[in-house]
Design a protein. Structure first.
Length: 242
């Protein structure tokens, strides 16, 4: 595991975008695993800047996203489909037919998860997986558990995750309580993993995830075993690391 310490969120975003840009440049038909949430927004903005400057071509890229809320239609402005188009897909020349997310509108969890697993298998696996880090150490929507989930599955969101997401919705009752998420096994099979983390409120999660024991109670801790994992974190997020 490589840890890149940056001064602030802006530098964190730029460094992460540079890593992703290098992947796209070296392999124009690469498979990118993408994440949502507030932390990657700056990284996506930097990638859009590079595209607008003529430095990047996404025409051959395929993307598979980590997760999607169960029950939210694509046009809902809090769906991850909407998020990805708002922050990245509508601003670059990626082929929209090769941008994949779990189908949150499919009520049959087994069917939805099997269908998404089939998509991931069909594209040949992930070259680079971008991740954020939850306050409880979750990656994607893989919440603390007694075991590491394998492939795409339906998860009941924890109270802390629901409360963290409440700021995006009109009320607590409007926050989805379940999501479809890529599993730990699939994430670990990515050839390269890049984790972006910012802010003092994530410092404990960083310490437990990357300097504590590997345990499913801290899902991100499994990344310590990945052969090519890069953590890009600002000074505040690394404040508990000596």
């Amino acid at each position: 595991m490589v840890i890149i310490k940056t001064k602030n969120y802006e530098e964190m975003s730029a460094r992460a975008a540079n890593i992703i840009a290098a992947q796209v440049t070296m392999k124009p038909n690469c498979i990118l695993g993408l994440a949502t949430g507030s932390t990657p927004i700056g990284t996506y903005a930097k990638l859009v800047e590079k595209y607008n400057a003529g430095e990047l071509d996404f025409a051959g890229v395929t993307s598979v996203n980590l997760d999607e809320y169960k029950g939210l239609p694509k046009e809902n402005d809090q769906s991850y489909y909407y998020f990805m188009h708002d922050h990245l897909f509508s601003h670059i020349n990626i082929d929209q037919r090769r941008t994949f997310l779990p189908d949150g509108t499919e009520p049959d969890a087994k069917k939805a998860c099997e269908a998404y697993n089939d998509i991931i298998h069909s594209v040949g696996g992930i070259d680079l997986q971008l991740l954020g880090l939850g306050h409880n150490g979750h990656i994607g929507f893989n919440e603390p558990d007694d075991c590491f989930a394998l492939e795409t599955h339906c998860v009941d969101l924890t109270e802390s995750t629901i409360k963290a997401n409440q700021r995006f919705f009109a009320s607590y009752d409007d926050v989805p309580k379940q999501a479809y998420t890529m599993g730990i096994k699939t994430i670990l099979q990515a050839k390269k993993v890049v984790v972006v983390v910012s802010g003092a409120d994530k410092a404990e999660a960083v310490y437990k995830s990357f300097f504590g024991p590997v345990t499913p109670q801290v899902p991100a801790s499994i990344l310590q075993l990945h052969p090519d994992c890069i953590v890009v974190a600002d000074e505040a997020a690394l404040s508990l690391v000596k």
